[in-house]
Design a protein. Sequence first.
Length: 305
Amino acid sequence: MRVLHLDAGKTMRGGQWQALRLIQGLTWGGPPGLPSFESTLLARQGSPLFESAANAGLHVEPIGLLRAAILARRHDLVHAHDSRAHSLAAMVGGAPLVVSRRVAFAGSDRSKWKYGRAARYIAVSEFVKSVLVERGVPSEKIGVVYDGVPLLNVPGPVEGPPRIVAPANADDPRKGADLALEAARLAGVELRLSDDLERDLGGASLFLYITRSEGLGSGALLAMSAGVPVVASRVGGLPEIVRHGENGWLVENAPEAIAAAIRRLQGDPGLARRLGRAGRQTVVERFTVERMVRRTMEVYLQVLS
C-alpha cells in the first residue's frame, strides 16, 4: 500500500517529528501483523523535515500543487500532517485523505470548505477530538492517536545549580516562554530555552512545559521519556498525559504558581525522582513510537477498507 505524506512546515516542531517517525516506522516495516506501507513525503525544500528525511534515506520531494496532484493519483492514501498540507490535499483530490490534527483551536470560518474533504481525521488527543467535533466533524470520522517518542537514555541531574529546561517557543504567542521565564526569575533559578530537547535534557533537573494552548505536548513526553520531572500547564491535552502528583506536576498559567512548583520540586529531590520515574514508565506503557505507528496504520486500514 502506498501513502503520500504532505507537510508544509518551515520548522521542526512536534508535528514534523511525528511525521518523520511515522514514515520511518512505515518504511522499516512497522509493527508485526500489519501490512507493509510504501511512503513518499512531499515537504518544503530546505526545511528541517526535508533534510532530515533525505538524510534518513526516505523518499522525499519538494511540495507543490502540481506534484501533489500527480502523486495523489498514484497512491492509495494521502496523509496531510499540517493545516497548509490539508488545504493543498483538499484542492488536488485523488486518493482518500487522512488529516492529522494537532492544534487545540478551531480555525477560521474561511477554512470550512476543506473539513468535509477528509475521509478520516487523526486527533492527537481527546481534547483535540472534542475541538473537531465542535467544528462540525462527525465523531465517527475521528480517531485519537497519541504522539510517540523515543525512549531517551540521558544522565541524571548534574552537580551544581539546578538545570531547568523549557522549549524555545518565544515566537509563538500561543505558547508560554514569557511565563516560564518570569516564573524562573521569581524562583531564583536560571532557565535554559532549548531548540534541541534531545540534546539539552541530558543532566536536566526539571522540565517546564508552559503553554496557553496545547493539543497534547510531545515535548513534555520527550522529557518524561528521559526521566526528567515535568511541570506543565493545566491546558488542552496535557492533562491526558500528565497526572498531577503522579507522573508530573500541573500548574495554572500564572508565574507565581509556576515558581511555587519549581521551588517545591527543587526542594524535594525524592518527589522529583519519583515523578521522573513514573513519567518514563508512562511513556513506556502508552506513548512509544511503535504504538503511534501501529495506531496510525490501523486508521489507514479502516479508510482503505
